[in-house]
Design a protein around this ligand. Structure first.
Ligand SMILES: [Zn+2]
Length: 259
């Protein structure tokens, strides 16, 4: 049975029925491996010193993986299921390294968390000898790539194709450099350009975003934490000042262009 016929027959709501998931046939070209299958050598001081110098403070950017149109799910020879929804590159930009996370369509919060944990491990020294492959990038600079799949389901989940559901929400890269977040829930979320909070209220400069649409402009969002907020004069003054600040902040970000 081909993958496509499996996916057509899958029950609605299951992983197998998701059009953004590609179930790779067993024995298809093996250009993928599960991270949990990779031997993990002990950390040594060279690993740690190099990572401290080059990766500890390296910034992270997130964008869309264009070479893979869907999130891939595949089964290893030991019948364990794996899932690959993205990859990470470390590249030198203007003299400093940065992490470039690339997310495939269909990537969810669990996929993203796996990649973020991998970055934190790299910062602590688990880097080149621990699963990151070196290469030369377009500019001839030394770079590294992490492409492993994450462990997804255990071998006994043999009815996976038809029955398994996945509650982890799908995520999309944030492409607005005014926003503080790197990814958003695809079903609906907000870009956040500024925010503050007291025991009485939360105040932010926000803009709706989902995989379907985005609000054109930022607006000021005020959330009072109780129905009747009874504030001393000083707290009321603070709210008035914060509102003034946020309205200026909102005007400023709306004048900037998104990345
Ligand atoms: Zn954003």
């Amino acid at each position: 049975m081909s993958n496509d016929s499996v996916q057509r027959e899958a029950r609605p709501g299951t992983v197998a029925a998701d059009p953004e998931i590609e179930i790779l046939a067993a024995g298809s070209p093996n250009n993928r491996s599960g991270f949990s299958l990779v031997p993990r050598p002990d950390l040594n001081s060279t690993d740690v010193d190099w990572a401290n110098e080059h990766l500890a403070d390296a910034p992270i950017i997130v964008s869309t993986l264009t070479s893979q149109s869907r999130t891939q799910v595949w089964q290893a020879a030991n019948l364990t299921w794996y899932r690959r929804a993205g990859q990470i590159h470390v590249r030198n930009r203007d003299g400093a390294y940065r992490f470039e996370v690339l997310l495939a369509p269909g990537a969810n919060r669990d996929d993203y968390d796996f990649l973020r944990r991998t970055i934190e491990e790299a910062r602590s020294g688990r880097f080149e000898r621990h699963g990151w492959r070196p290469y030369l990038d377009d500019a001839g600079e030394r770079a590294w790539r992490f492409k492993y799949s994450r462990h997804y389901l255990d071998a006994d989940e043999t009815h996976f194709l038809y029955e398994a559901r996945d509650d982890s929400p799908k995520v999309i890269p944030c492409d607005d450099d005014r926003c503080r977040e790197l990814v958003h829930d695809a079903a609906g979320d907000t870009h956040v350009a500024d925010d503050t909070e007291t025991e009485d209220y939360e105040l932010s400069v926000e803009r709706f975003v989902s995989s379907e649409r985005e609000a054109p402009d930022y607006s000021v969002c005020l959330v009072l934490k109780r129905n009747d907020v009874d504030m001393p004069a000083a707290a009321a003054t603070s709210l008035a000042n914060d509102l003034q600040w946020m309205s200026e902040s909102c005007r400023r970000v709306n004048l900037q262009h998104a990345a």
